[in-house]
Design a protein around this ligand. Structure first.
Ligand SMILES: *Cc1c(COP(=O)(O)O)cnc(C)c1O
Length: 218
């Protein structure tokens, strides 16, 4: 079986998992970090329209080769989902369609400078431990306000589940979903290969799936 055919099957499996969890209209972001350009091209051919990348230099090299990313100009959209250093925004800005990992004022300012009017999500730290990226819940409101003041389009919140049992994960996702509702934000990006059912049940609108599509990253 060709890689494209394998990825079509993988896409259908993920769609079935989302549907079985009660998800309707949930967007699937295929996380292609560490995978080569040929794999990304095959994913596009297999019908994935949203692609997620984590590392600025790797992403810029791949997106530069593949193209796309300019809103409306292509049939797929690049999501930047990894921790982003302020001095790397310049490198990724030509390609990013949606910045999902915005978590501090300096990053907002730099994105507004390099990608005026860009669509962003505020990443919230669901783990109560420092260092994995994400703002605290108490900072979400002020960050949304400052992003809007800078002319950015804030479309939702994003979170990565804590390493925890299912009920703790569900509680964390539920809290993120309620915060989206409080802020009247449409998009709630939560759920990965291992916890997408929990995320969908808690009201995810966007799941970010890597290993369940492309296999382990080795
Ligand atoms: C790598 C990554 C994913 C995908 O993880 P899988 O477990 O491989 O599905 C999703 N979101 C973020 C922020 C990631 O860094």
């Amino acid at each position: 079986m060709s890689l494209v055919d394998e990825l079509i099957e993988a896409r259908e499996r993920i769609e079935q998992r989302v549907a079985a969890a009660g998800g309707v209209g949930v967007r699937i972001v295929a996380v292609t970090k560490t995978h080569p350009v040929e794999t990304v091209r095959a994913a596009i051919s297999a019908g994935f329209t949203d692609l997620g990348e984590n590392y600025a230099a790797e992403f810029a090299a791949k997106a530069g080769e593949i193209g796309g990313g300019a809103p409306g100009a292509a049939t797929w959209r690049w999501h930047f989902i990894g921790q982003l250093q302020t001095n790397k925004v310049r490198v990724v800005a030509p390609f990013v369609g949606l910045y999902q990992s915005v978590d501090r004022p300096s990053l907002i300012a730099e994105i507004a400078k390099r990608s005026p009017g860009a669509s962003v999500m505020i990443q919230v730290n669901l783990a109560d431990v420092e260092g994995r990226g994400g703002a605290s819940f108490s900072d979400v409101g002020p960050l949304i306000e400052s992003a809007r003041d800078a002319g950015l389009n804030v479309c939702g919140l994003m979170g990565v589940a804590p390493v925890a049992d299912d009920s703790t994960t569900a509680a964390a996702f539920g809290r993120l979903r309620r915060q989206c509702d409080v802020e009247a934000l449409v998009e709630c990006s939560m759920g990965m290969s291992g916890d997408l059912e929990i995320a969908v049940a808690e009201g995810s609108t966007m799941v970010r799936i890597g290993s369940a599509i492309f296999g382990s990253r080795g």
